[in-house]
Design a protein around this ligand. Structure first.
Ligand code: ADP
Length: 357
């Protein structure tokens, strides 16, 4: 029976690890060279299923460094390919689970491209946000004889640890509080909550959100790269036979640029922004890695971002992070630190697999 006990323990452990594998996934996307740059040499040597190799010049310790992820999307990956693995997450939102999808990376590495897409809004270029909502409506429609769904969205921005509503039509944009409530699922109860029934509703709202986000910016101060924006989709389903209510929610987060700012070169407002970003991104990294390690204490309270997402990170929630890198030589320092961050948030399943050639 001792033997069986060990087997049982092993099985438990195995299941735990398997569960975890399903709950935190990290995908890496390499941005293509843009326009004129195409003749430059890439620092990304090759990509295959889940491995990426960075060629580092002597300044960074000349050599090759490889990193492993759940998947790597090379520079020619299409928006549809990048989205394809996300579909099971959409299903789980409709089943009453919480989901977080992040875009992480330095400014200019393609985060907004992945989440929203380019501004042309050609359907095949649409990003994860549109596709996720599109799939959600499609699945809800398929289930309409058994479950009736209500879909509402909120869109907020976190800038210098202050939360702002991005869906106000006019009026003063007051500072909002985060009040975690798993009962309603509304962690920012005072932010506009808008019911949507089609993808075109969503497109209108995202345009409004983007317009409001730009309000705080000036020509010299492209604020969008220094704030986190979060589109939250609240789904409520009522089972038509039993009357049971299911609530699921999905956060689609375009994070602030992760680049390190040289403290000797910036002062005032710019330094303050950099410190806030730094603090919240490391808080996010700490939360995810402590979840991955099954720590009993998860430090959600250390930033507005992690407070906001508290109900949707850990527990039964599923997390997907798209980590973005640029192929240019002059970005290699940031590329390596981005990949190290990503490796840290994926500790459990991937940490042991790292190869240093
Ligand atoms: P970030 O949000 O990380 O600051 P962007 O998404 O704005 O970066 O991307 C920077 C530029 O690169 C934009 O002009 C964008 O259209 C372009 N770009 C990013 N990713 C891709 C891609 N996969 N294919 C084509 N162009 C891309």
């Amino acid at each position: 029976s001792g033997y069986h006990k060990v087997l049982e323990e092993n099985r438990k452990l195995y299941n735990q690890v398997q569960d975890l594998k399903g709950s935190i996934r990290v995908y890496c996307r390499v941005r293509p060279f843009l326009g004129e740059q195409s003749k430059y040499l890439s620092t990304v040597e090759h990509t295959e299923e889940g491995t990426i190799t960075i060629i580092t010049p002597s300044k960074y310790g000349k050599g090759h460094r490889s990193f492993n992820f759940n998947k790597v999307f090379g520079p020619s990956a299409t928006q549809a390919e990048v989205f394809s693995d996300t579909q099971p997450l959409i299903r789980s939102v409709l089943d009453g689970y919480n989901v977080c999808i992040f875009a992480y990376g330095q400014t200019g590495s393609g985060k907004t491209y992945t989440m929203s897409g380019p501004t042309d809004l050609i359907e095949q270029n649409q990003g994860v946000n549109y596709r996720a909502l599109g799939d959600l409506f499609l699945l809800a429609e398929q289930r309409k004889n058994t479950v009736s769904y209500d879909v509402c969205v909120q869109m907020i921005e976190i800038y210098n640890e202050q939360v702002r509503d991005l869906l106000i039509v006019d009026g003063v944009n007051k500072r909002l509080e985060i009040r975690n409530s798993s009962q309603t699922g509304l962690n920012v109860p005072d932010a506009s909550l808008v019911r949507v029934t089609s993808t075109s509703d969503v497109i209108d709202l995202m345009n409004l959100g983007q317009k409001n986000r730009a309000v705080g910016a000036t020509a010299l101060n492209d604020r969008s790269s220094r704030s986190h924006s979060c589109l939250t989709v609240h789904v409520q389903g009522r089972d038509l036979t039993s009357g049971t209510i299911l609530r699921g929610c999905m956060h689609l987060v375009d994070l602030a640029g992760s680049e390190r700012v040289d403290k000797s070169e910036v002062t005032g407002e710019r330094l303050k922004e950099a410190q806030h970003i730094n603090k919240s991104l490391s808080a996010l990294g700490d939360v995810i890695s402590s979840l991955a390690q099954k720590n009993s204490h998860v430090p959600y309270r250390n930033s507005k971002l992690t407070q906001l997402l508290q109900d949707s990170l850990g527990g039964q929630a599923k997390t997907l992070m798209f980590v973005h890198i640029s192929p240019e030589l002059n970005a290699v320092g940031e590329t390596i630190s981005t990949l190290k961050f990503a490796e840290r948030v994926a500790t459990v399943e991937l940490g042991a697999a790292r190869v240093n050639k």
